[in-house]
Structures are given as structure tokens and as C-alpha cells.
Design a protein around this ligand. Structure first.
Ligand code: ADP
Length: 680
């Protein structure tokens, strides 16, 4: 019997070893693996039954309980069930007296295995103690099953098999269980290693890096498939050295990389470098090579590291750098003050234009803008603006800034939100609008002048049509009279009427001459130069010599009239008109006095006055008399052109004319003002 049991134990061992191979099938499908395991151990039971010890015909003993119980313990429900089915089927087929008991032992061993797997879940893999206890329970149950045999047979059988069933088979079960538990944990480790390997490979593909190991003694490198993939080499490349990797690096980088590597070998320090790289299949890459020497007994034996394809990152970095330099170039050439500030107003980027304010852009960076620009005032103001910008408001304002050369310029500034990943950024753009402003003002000025001229022209047209008509009416009327006189033979009356016509013609000529002068004074090219008003006055006095002789005039002129900038001929007309008027509007009963004086106002304006003791001017007429064809209330002679001409000329000189009088018979004073001109 012992021989049979030993044979049986050999069978158990052989099938136990087969577990290794079975468990390699379906590594990712545990249920299939358990079913296969159950099938193998079920077959093991069949082989054990073939080698069984026959106690009596139909009563056999073997190691099937060990096989089926372990199938349940290690194969769980699927494994246990398959083993029970196969072993059970075979035992049933053998038949005999012990068939029922044999089947019972198979069933109980399998079920105990399945149950124990559940109970030992928290103690997995089971220790030898648990395994021995389990085997003991299985075989005690098997022995108990023997009592299902006929009574006379059962007692004898139990006596016969008690020793092997309580010593050898539990021992064999424990040993085989230990072997299976060990095999299972090795298998689990292999599976997890395979998984880690797979994960590592996928991670390398995903992030495009390959790991390598360089053996200093043999000068060879071993590496992961992705390392060779980056090189454009087959994954199974052999005999690769780091020199081969070095050869693919850009000629300009090669020497540097070699030196860093040699230095690392010498010092034992890790390295991390970047280089351009051309793979075997002609791809131009950027790679990062990191390595860490492994030092043993003070000597570098190996270097391990990673080769990382950083082309995508480098390209975007280069693009970023390029777009940054483009932005800087725009900033440097923009004819405006431009800067970008962070949320608290600190300047991050500034344009070169700030130099015009005597601020070099390098000095601006890192400083808060509110310390540099007058409108920004302080942090509070800055933050208020930021809140407004976030609420979608527009911030635009004009500010006066002083240039390096001392001149003050008007700037139009706008602030807007750039938005940043971490924080808000504000862009500040300020353009010099001084020239634009000046042009706008000049235009406004011109438009104003044009309006005045237009009004003047309208009045002029009206006055001309009105004033030129009256002599024509006179001429027409007297012509009628002459015709009547001639018919009636009244020659004397006709001659009188003719003299009236002559007067009217003379009036008209005077009017037309005055108008011509007036129009010339407004349109003819002037020759502006430094003019001594004293010289002009002397020449007018000479011109009016005859008139002045005719009537005694007391002329008091301040010594040395000033020098102004103007057209001497036009200025002569002004002085001549004023003096002629003083003569014209004298009071015959008293000798005429003309006082000419001048002074300089605080702002440098030169004012020359012409006072007389003549008829004076009523208050309401003081302004009106400067309009074309307007005459004073008491005056019924003259064309009303003289003072309009004076005003036109003074306006052309950038000056003014006005009159003052205490009223009729109280004399009057006319004032001329000229913009500042240096005296001398
Ligand atoms: P006119 O050729 O008719 O003199 P002006 O334009 O020279 O025309 O003068 C307009 C009016 O101003 C005159 O009609 C006169 O009433 C008044 N006026 C000008 N100068 C004097 C003066 N020195 N004294 C008083 N009235 C004056």
C-alpha cells in the first residue's frame, strides 16, 4: 500500500509542478486560469486513481483528496467544481462497493477546498500551518466518510488507512500547497512585473523618452525600445554605444555634450543637457539627455539615464521666444509709450519710447507705474481703474508729460485689460497728440476767422450795393432835371444840375478808391519787417504838410515812438487815416490839439494812442464806426471806409484798434495795439 501511496505522491508532485505552466495560460483571465487549473488537478486525480491501492474489489485508496481539495483551495469555485466533476466522473465509472464513499470523499475534499479559500482570504497566501490544518480537516473528513461503508468493512478500512491518511497525505497536501502558494505568488509577481513593464513602455511612448544604461567597462549601452525609436533604429538594436548617440547630435553641440558626459564620469555627478539631434531616419529633433553615474567602491561603473525627445516643447519655446522678440521689436519702434503692468501696476514690459521722458525702459521694469506717471497717482487709483476695466468700462484720458528736453506735451492715454493666466495684466498706451491738438486749434481759429470774414463780406456786399446806389440815384435824378431844363431852355439850371452830377461822380470815385484800398489791404502780400513808428509818423506828417499848414494844429508826440513788426506802407495808411480824421472831426471854434503817446503793457503788447480835442464820439458809436461804411451819428460827410481799413490792417498785424471818448464835443482817443516786438 505504501508503494501505491508513494507513486500517488509522485503523481501529485508532477501535477503540482504543472501548475506553473497552467497558470501561464490566460494570464489576464483569472476564471479561465482557475478552470484550467481545476481540469489539470482533476486529471491528476484520475491518474492517482489509476495508481490506487486496492483494498478490496471496488474499494481503492489514493491521493485524489489531496488533488481535489487543493483544486478547490487554489482554483476557487471554478477550479474546485471542474476537479470534482472530472474526478467524480472517473470514480463513478470505476464503480464497485466503495464508489459511493469514493464520490463522497471527492465531493467533501473539493467543497472543503472551496470553503477554505473563502475563509483564508485574509491570510492569503496560506502559511504551512494553515495548509497542514486544512489537509488534516480534509483527511479526517475522508476517514469519517469511511463509515459510510458496510460496518464490518469500515472499521477494518479505517484501521488500515488511518496512518497514511492522517500523516502522509496531510503532509503531502501541506507540501504541495506550499509549492502552489509559492508558485502563485511568483506568478503574481511576474504578472505585476509584466504589467509594470507594459506601463513603463506605454509611458515612454506617451512622453517620448527612452531609458538607457551605459556600462563603463564594456563601453556599451542597453536601452528601452523607445530609446532606439528616438534614434530611428529598430527596437532590438544590439551593441549600441553612447558614441553612436553622440554622432547623431548636431556638430556644434557634440563637443559640449561629450565634455559634460566625461566630466560626469570623472566627478560622479549627474548631468542634464539639451542638444539638436538628427535621427537615423532623418528627423531633426531636440533631445534632452539626463544621466546619473552609479558609483561602486569609489569608481563609476555605470551611468543610467533618460533620453527625452523635447522637440515639440523646444519648438513652442522657440516660437514663444520669437514672438516675444517680435513684440519687443514692435514696442521698440512704436511711436507711443507702451507698457504692460501686472495687477498692482508693476511694469513688466516697456517700450523704448519712454526714453523721451528720460526714463530708460530697463529702469521702468519692476517699478509701479503710479510712481512714474502723473495721472496714476497711487495704488488706490490704479486698483479703482482695474475694477472699472473689469466692469467693461473704457479708460481714456489726456495728460501732460514733460519731455527730456524740458518741453511739455499732451498725451492721449488708454488703458485696457490684457488678461493673464495667473493674474490680470493691464496694457497702457499713450500717444503724443500735441501736434494734432495744435492743428485742431489752428483749424478752429481759421474757421473762426472765416466766419468773421464771411460776415464782413456779407455786410460789405450789402453796404456796397446800398452806398454805390445813392450817387447813381443822384446822377439819375439830375440827368432827368437837365433834360427838362434843356427842353425849357433853362441853361443855368442845367449847369447847376451838372455840377451836382459831377459831385456825385466824385463821391463815387472816392468810394471806389476807398474800397480798392480796403480790398488790397486785406489781400496784397505784405512785407513784414521791423518798422519804426517814429519814421512812419514823420513821413505822414510830411505827406499831410499842406493840410496841417491850412489849419493850426498843436501836435504833441512822445519822443521816439516804438519799433514794431509790420508792413511800413500799411502802417502809414493807418496813421494817415487817424490824423486825417482828427483834422476832419475838429471843432472849428477851438484850435485842434493832437497828442500822440505810447506804452508797453505787462505782457509786452505795445499800445500807441492818438488823442484829440475834436467832436468826440457818442458812446453807442464807439464800436460801430469801425465797420465798413459806418459813420458817426453827427457826421454826414465821408465814406465810412477809413476806420474799417484801419481795423483790417491792424488785424493783419496781429493787433487791434479801439476808440475811447467821453461823448460828443469831448474829444476822442484812438488806440493801436501791436504784439510784442523787441525795442531798439
Ligand atoms: P469817414 O471816411 O467817413 O471819415 P471813417 O471810417 O474814417 O469814415 O470814420 C467813421 C466815423 O467815425 C466818422 O463818420 C466819424 O463820425 C467818426 N470819427 C472818426 N474819427 C473821429 C474823430 N477823430 N473824432 C470824432 N469822430 C470821429
Amino acid at each position: 500500500m505504501l508503494l501505491n501511496l508513494l507513486e500517488n505522491l509522485m503523481v501529485l508532485l508532477a501535477f503540482g509542478l504543472s501548475y506553473h505552466y497552467v497558470s501561464r495560460w490566460f494570464p489576464s483571465k483569472p476564471v479561465l486560469r482557475q478552470l484550467a487549473f481545476g481540469a489539470v488537478f482533476g486529471l491528476g486525480s484520475v491518474v492517482a486513481m489509476l495508481q490506487a491501492f486496492q483494498y478490496a474489489p471496488g474499494v481503492i485508496f489514493d491521493g485524489r483528496t489531496v488533488m481535489v481539495s487543493l483544486a478547490g483551495l487554489f482554483g476557487g469555485l471554478p477550479g474546485g467544481a471542474v476537479a470534482i466533476l472530472i474526478a467524480g466522473a472517473w470514480r463513478a465509472m470505476l464503480g464497485g462497493v466503495g464508489a459511493f464513499v469514493g464520490l463522497t470523499t471527492i465531493l467533501s475534499a473539493g467543497l472543503l477546498g472551496i470553503l477554505a479559500r473563502q475563509l483564508l482570504k485574509d491570510h492569503w497566501p496560506p502559511s504551512w500551518g494553515w495548509l497542514w490544518l486544512f489537509s488534516m480537516v480534509v483527511h479526517l473528513t475522508t476517514l469519517a466518510c469511511m463509515f459510510l461503508l458496510p460496518v464490518n468493512l469500515s472499521v477494518e478500512v479505517v484501521r488500515e488507512i488511518a496512518l497514511p491518511f492522517l500523516v502522509f497525505l496531510p503532509l503531502a497536501g501541506t507540501l504541495l500547497g506550499l509549492m502552489l502558494a509559492h508558485a502563485e505568488s511568483v506568478q503574481a509577481r511576474v504578472i505585476s512585473l509584466h504589467h509594470t513593464d507594459w506601463l513603463f513602455g506605454e509611458a515612454q511612448k506617451l512622453t517620448n523618452f527612452g531609458s538607457w544604461e551605459y556600462d563603463v567597462r564594456t563601453d556599451t549601452a542597453t536601452a528601452t525600445p523607445q530609446f532606439f525609436q528616438i534614434h530611428g533604429l529598430p527596437e532590438t538594436t544590439r551593441g549600441h554605444t553612447l558614441k553612436d548617440t553622440l554622432k547623431l547630435m548636431h556638430a556644434d553641440d557634440r563637443e559640449r555634450v561629450r565634455q559634460v558626459f566625461m566630466e560626469s564620469l570623472r566627478s560622479g555627478e549627474p548631468f542634464d543637457l539639451q542638444s539638436r539631434f538628427t535621427s537615423h531616419d532623418g528627423r531633426n529633433l531636440w533631445i534632452r539627455l539626463v544621466g546619473k553615474p552609479i558609483v561602486e567602491a569609489g569608481k563609476v561603473r555605470q551611468v543610467v539615464g533618460n533620453l527625452i525627445d523635447i522637440t515639440v516643447r523646444m519648438r513652442s519655446e522657440l516660437e514663444l521666444r520669437e514672438s516675444q522678440s517680435r513684440l519687443q521689436s514692435i514696442l521698440d519702434h512704436a511711436p507711443a509709450l507702451i507698457c504692460i503692468c501686472d495687477a498692482v501696476g508693476v511694469v513688466k514690459v516697456a517700450s523704448q519710447r519712454f526714453r523721451i521722458l528720460d526714463m530708460a525702459e530697463e529702469e521702468l521694469i519692476g517699478k509701479p507705474l503710479y510712481e512714474l506717471m502723473p495721472r496714476e497717482k497711487n495704488l488706490e487709483q490704479w486698483l479703482d481703474d482695474l475694477v472699472a476695466l473689469k466692469a467693461g468700462e473704457r479708460i481714456e484720458f489726456e495728460e501732460m508729460l514733460r519731455h527730456r528736453d524740458g518741453s511739455t506735451h499732451t498725451y492721449l492715454t488708454s488703458k485696457f485689460l490684457l488678461g493673464g493666466e495667473k493674474d490680470d495684466q493691464v496694457c497702457y498706451i499713450s500717444a503724443d497728440i500735441t501736434d494734432l491738438k495744435r492743428l485742431a486749434m489752428e483749424r478752429e481759429d481759421l474757421v473762426g476767422q472765416l466766419v468773421v470774414k464771411n460776415e464782413e463780406l456779407e455786410r460789405f456786399t450789402y453796404s456796397i450795393s446800398h452806398d454805390l446806389k445813392s450817387p447813381l440815384v443822384t446822377i439819375g435824378g439830375f440827368a432827368e432835371l437837365i433834360a427838362g431844363d434843356l427842353k425849357a431852355g433853362r441853361e443855368k439850371s442845367a449847369v447847376d444840375s451838372l455840377s451836382h452830377i459831377r459831385d456825385a461822380v466824385a463821391d463815387m470815385r472816392q468810394l471806389i478808391d476807398g474800397l480798392l484800398k480796403m480790398s488790397r489791404s486785406g489781400h496784397e502780400a505784405s512785407h513784414f519787417e521791423r518798422v519804426s513808428l517814429q519814421d512812419v509818423f514823420d513821413s505822414v506828417r510830411l505827406l499831410l504838410h499842406g493840410m496841417l499848414e491850412e489849419h493850426p494844429v498843436e501836435m504833441v508826440a512822445a519822443a521816439g515812438l516804438p519799433t514794431v513788426v509790420g508792413d511800413p506802407l500799411l502802417l502809414r495808411q493807418v496813421l494817415q487815416n487817424l490824423i486825417e480824421n482828427a483834422l476832419k472831426f475838429r471843432v472849428p471854434e477851438r484850435p485842434l490839439k493832437i497828442a500822440i503817446d505810447w506804452f508797453v503793457k505787462e505782457n509786452g503788447t505795445v499800445v500807441v494812442s492818438f488823442g484829440d480835442n475834436g467832436q468826440g464820439i457818442a458812446h453807442p458809436d464807439l464800436e460801430r464806426i469801425f465797420q465798413l461804411f459806418e459813420r458817426g451819428a453827427g457826421s454826414n460827410s465821408g465814406s465810412g471806409i477809413g476806420l474799417a481799413l484801419v481795423r483790417t490792417i491792424m488785424v493783419r498785424h496781429g493787433g487791434m484798434v479801439w476808440a475811447e471818448s467821453d461823448g460828443p464835443d469831448k474829444g476822442s482817443t484812438f488806440f493801436l495795439s501791436f504784439p510784442y516786438a523787441e525795442q531798439g
